[in-house]
Design a protein around this ligand. Structure first.
Ligand code: AMP
Ligand code: ZN
Ligand code: FE
Ligand code: FE
Length: 276
C-alpha cells in the first residue's frame, strides 16, 4: 500500500472556504490525514495560520495557492505548491489582482444601479471579506430582495453576456505558472475535467506546468485515467485533491476523500526546488 495520505487541494475562509485555516487543519487531523495543501484562490493570507496549526497538530501543511487564469475566454485554474508565501513579486501580483477585483466591483455596481437594481457596496465587501467576486454580489442581490436566488442573479444579470457582467483581469496560464516558479514553487493544472476540452488541456500542458490534477471528485474514472496517462506521458507529476470548501454548504465532499501518497508530495517538492 502507498504510504501517506495528502489532500492537495483545500480552501479556507481566506478565500471562499467556510472554515478558518486552523479549523481546516483540525479536520485533517480528525480524518487521520498526513497532510494537506492550502490552495486558496488568489491569496496566501491563510497560510501563516494553517502552517502554525499544522505544527501544533502534527499535520503537514504545504504552502499553496490556486491562481485563476484565463485562456480563450475560459477560466483555467493553476495550483502552485511549495511557494514562498513571503515572495515579493507573488504578493505584489496578488495585491494587484485584488485591486482589480475592487475596481471591477465598482463597474458592476454602476451597471446594476443603471438597471434599477442598486446593491450596497459595503454589504458586498462584508460578504466577501474584502475580495469581492460575482458570488458576493449575487448574495447581496438576494438579501436585498432583487432576485430569489444566486442562480437567478447569475442567469439574469451576472453571467457573461448578461447586462451586469464585467470581465475581470486575469493572468494567462503561462504567466501564472511563471509566477509560481519565480516564487520557488511548482505549478499544476487544476481539475482539467472541468474544462471539458481535452485538446485545450493538452495545449495547456505545454504552458510550463509541472503537473496535472488527475484525481478530483468531479472526474469520472475515464477522465482520471486519461489525465493520468496524459501527465505520465509528458513526465509530469500526477496529483489530486478534493477542492474542499468546508462542510455544511451543501458540500458533499469530505476532506481527504481524494488523497495522494507521500511520494507525490516528495516529487512536487523536488521540482519546486529546481529539479524540473
Ligand atoms: P468571479 O471570479 O467574480 O468572476 O466569479 C466566479 C465565480 O462565480 C465562480 O467561481 C463560481 O463560483 C461563480 N459562478 C459562476 N457562474 C455561476 C452561476 N451560473 N451560478 C452560480 N455561481 C456561478
Ligand atoms: Zn473556491
Ligand atoms: Fe478551481
Ligand atoms: Fe479550488
Amino acid at each position: 500500500m502507498a504510504a501517506g495520505r495528502f489532500d492537495l487541494h483545500v480552501h479556507t475562509s481566506a478565500s471562499d472556504g467556510a472554515w478558518p485555516p486552523a479549523r481546516v487543519v483540525e479536520e485533517a487531523a480528525r480524518e487521520g490525514l498526513d497532510g494537506i495543501a492550502i490552495t486558496d484562490h488568489d491569496t496566501v493570507a491563510g497560510l501563516e495560520e494553517a502552517l502554525a496549526a499544522g505544527r501544533k497538530m502534527g499535520v503537514r501543511v504545504l504552502p499553496g495557492v490556486e491562481l485563476g487564469s484565463e485562456q480563450d475566454s475560459r477560466e483555467v485554474h493553476v495550483l502552485g505548491y511549495f511557494i514562498d508565501p513571503g515572495d515579493a513579486r507573488l504578493r505584489e501580483t496578488l495585491a494587484w489582482l485584488e485591486d482589480e477585483r475592487r475596481r471591477r466591483l465598482e463597474r458592476m455596481l454602476e451597471r446594476l444601479a443603471a438597471l434599477g437594481v442598486p446593491v450596497a457596496r459595503g454589504r458586498v465587501l462584508e460578504l466577501a471579506c474584502g475580495v469581492p467576486g460575482r458570488p458576493h454580489v449575487a448574495r447581496a442581490m438576494v438579501e436585498a430582495g432583487w432576485v430569489a436566488s444566486v442562480e437567478e442573479a447569475f442567469d439574469r444579470f451576472l453571467e457573461s453576456g448578461r447586462p451586469g457582467y464585467v470581465p475581470r483581469a486575469h493572468l494567462a496560464p503561462a504567466e501564472a505558472a511563471r509566477l509560481v516558479h519565480q516564487a520557488g514553487g511548482c505549478a499544476v493544472l487544476a481539475h482539467p475535467g472541468l474544462l471539458d476540452d481535452d485538446a485545450m488541456v493538452e495545449r495547456l500542458l505545454e504552458s510550463g506546468l509541472d503537473g496535472i490534477e488527475a484525481y478530483y471528485p468531479g472526474h469520472s474514472p475515464e477522465q482520471t485515467a486519461r489525465y493520468e496517462s496524459l501527465g505520465r506521458g509528458r513526465g509530469l507529476v500526477v496529483t489530486g485533491g478534493t477542492d474542499f470548501h468546508g462542510l455544511g454548504l451543501g458540500q458533499p465532499v469530505r476532506l481527504g476523500q481524494v488523497a495522494v501518497p507521500a511520494r507525490v508530495v516528495a516529487e512536487l517538492e523536488r521540482r519546486a526546488r529546481g529539479g524540473r
